[in-house]
Design a protein around this ligand. Sequence first.
Ligand code: SF4
Length: 190
Amino acid sequence: MITYNKTIEVWTYNLPAGRTCPASSAWCMENCYGRKGRFRFNKVNKIQLQHVEQTKQEDFVRKIAAEIQRVHLFRFHSSGDFYSVPYLEKAVDIAKKCPSTCFCIYTKTWRLNGRYNEALMKLGSLENVHLFASCDPSTEDVPGSWPFRIAYSGQNGHESLPCPKILEHSTCNVCRYCYKPGGHVYFPKH
Ligand code: SF4
């Protein structure tokens, strides 16, 4: 189920970019790297579509949690996002089942209200989860009431760390800034 991303040196679980991104922006559509490079290969697309089906299965939480429990760092989605509230709620259950794993999650679903917001509050409140509201030059500002961290794409945010992966060709496994308590992050356009 989960995949080792050699570029960032972290285990990930990916879904198809765009079709699983209910809060995507105009900037995403133009710049999202989930729509570029190896993510465009048919084989990768096929696997990501299979993942969407996996997320709907009854034993999904149990199966993926058993894999994630074996890794130290895990990122939900190098590609894709929480396409539904039930899937987001499953992410909460998964993170609870893996207390020794550090989760890093960037999501634009903070732009959706109601039940999305309730589930995000639960997810971001877990000690092993580092949840970032992802924003870019085409989104509205993240509300001041957002209690977690912010990831600024394509724009330098307030007191944010420029990502060393992009500027210094480091990896997340070396840096780990987003996998431990800290501030906001800035991803220059690349
Ligand atoms: S700041 Fe560090 S941990 Fe976060 S994405 Fe960049 S390299 Fe990875």
